[in-house]
Design a protein around this ligand. Structure first.
Ligand SMILES: [Zn+2]
Length: 469
């Protein structure tokens, strides 16, 4: 995401009643609910305790959506194919707002109730560990964004001609029921119907579009594993541009006419930016690429939605480089905990520094020096990037700038050749999966043959301005 977002805070927690014994007895042959057979309401992330859920792993989302841009009503059917990771008599999905009309598990009607952002599903028959199952949720309503702990809007954000749909970190649950934590990645199909004249843009490849009775349906498919927060279904009056790059990537750009003039020279550079990043980080991890440039003045940020970054206004080149770098760092290699956010933002920021260095701008060392010259009282040193402390600080300057400084210090310690080898090994070794800070530190030590724990401790975990670079 870029740029750093705004201010303050709120957090919610909820309590969970256990299934009453009488109900539990009806649930399956096992009789009363044994401990551990209900899926946890969160994925265990202390920054967002209710994001994601325990007890199952989603393999695929098939989302069928209809959006009326006039009334702002969304009609949705979500079909999730998942695998139980424990015996399950009950499990949660994340869904905030909206009205659920029916839930089935393997085509059998399931009981459900709402509890804050949790949609609690009780299947007719308990699910055995390892079993694949299919949940269908029918829902509708007027989606509204959530306000994140830093005060910024997140999720389905209505615009004057459609919706700007960006889900980091919590917003996926505002438009579809999900296991909404980056630990659980899945493939996606989207079928989105909007009034004729509007375009609905999701992730991956456009399979087709058809118009009937004044409405147009767009079918999109993302086959590569994707975290729920990186899904989009952005809708607007867009100018569309499609082409295939020399390397065979299918590019789809959608641009609001009000942003077109400013966006054109930057979007033209997308193929060369992706080529440059591929030379540095290894092969581009996806089959499709592109951009959505919306006109959403109230939003003020961009997001690295998978395969197709989303901008709330025409981006500058730095921002395009940043969101493109996230395709490797954040999208392909995903977080297991939001605390590790510097693995996304520090890397994408350092990609900007490297791009500038190799394209006639200041050297990364110069950028580092200018930042290091800031006084100890500067916001840059407010908290350590490897431990931001709460969801409120995910998108603050220390995560981006000091995170990039940590990578620059690594580069100085190991030399350019090993540094690039480390970045490539990280991107290729964890491609389509996950990575933690501890794993990155181990990899850097292994690739360079150097002891680096002290360096990372200083730059990622020490409070205040580090003593000397
Ligand atoms: Zn970013």
């Amino acid at each position: 995401m870029t740029p750093p977002r705004r201010q303050p805070a709120r957090r919610r927690t909820a309590t969970y009643a256990t299934v009453p014994l009488a109900v539990a007895a009806l649930l399956g042959a096992a009789g009363p609910t044994a401990p551990g057979t209900t899926g946890a309401p969160g994925a265990g992330d202390p920054y967002f305790p209710l994001s994601g859920n325990g007890g199952y792993d989603v393999r695929h989302y098939d989302l069928t959506l209809g959006y009326d841009t006039g009334s702002r009503r969304l009609d949705g059917t979500a079909v999730l194919t998942a695998r139980a990771t424990q015996n399950l008599t009950r499990f949660d999905l994340d869904l905030k707002g909206l009205t659920v009309t029916a839930v089935t598990v393997d085509r059998t009607k399931a009981d459900f109730r709402r509890d804050g952002q949790e949609l609690v599903v009780t299947p007719r028959h308990a699910l055995r560990r390892g079993r694949e199952f299919r949940v269908t949720v029918a829902y509708h309503g007027t989606p509204k964004p959530v306000t994140d702990p830093d005060g910024s809007p997140d999720g389905w954000i209505p615009t004057d001609d459609g919706a700007f749909v960006a889900g980091e970190p919590q917003g996926a649950m505002t438009w579809f029921p999900a296991n909404s934590h980056p630990r659980d990645k899945a493939s996606y199909d989207f079928t989105i119907t909007v009034p004729k004249g509007r375009t609905a843009v999701a992730n991956g490849v456009l399979l087709g579009e058809s118009t009937a009775h004044g409405r147009t349906t767009f079918r999109w498919r993302e086959t590569q594993p994707m975290a729920a927060y990186l899904a989009t279904a952005t809708i607007g009056k867009f100018q569309v541009e499609r082409y295939t790059t020399r390397g065979g990537l299918r590019v789809f750009n959608a641009v609001d006419a009000r942003e077109a003039r400013a966006a054109a020279p930057v979007l033209k550079k997308l193929p060369s930016v992706l080529e440059w990043e591929s030379r540095l980080f290894g092969p581009y991890p996806f089959r499709a690429a592109g951009s959505v440039v919306d006109h959403a003045p109230g939003v003020g940020y961009a997001l690295e939605t998978q395969t197709r970054p989303l901008y709330s206004s025409a981006p500058d080149l730095d921002t395009l480089v940043h969101e493109s770098a996230h395709q490797w760092f954040g999208d392909s290699v995903s977080l297991t905990a939001w605390k590790d956010i510097w693995l996304n933002e520090g890397f994408a920021t350092y990609a900007e520094w490297l791009y500038a260095e190799q394209h006639g701008g200041p050297s990364a060392q110069k950028t580092f020096d200018a930042l290091y010259a800031r006084p100890a009282s500067d916001a840059l040193w407010a908290y350590p990037p490897g431990d931001p402390g709460s969801g409120k600080h995910l998108f603050g300057t220390p995560v981006y700038a000091r995170g990039a400084m940590a990578l620059h210090e690594l580069r100085r310690a190991v030399g350019d050749r090993d540094f690039v080898r480390i970045l490539r090994a990280w991107a290729t070794g964890h491609r389509g999966g996950h990575g933690t800070t501890a794993q990155f530190v181990r990899l850097a030590e292994k690739e360079s043959g150097k002891q680096l724990k002290g360096l990372f401790h200083t730059w990622l975990y020490t409070q205040g301005k580090p003593n000397s670079p």
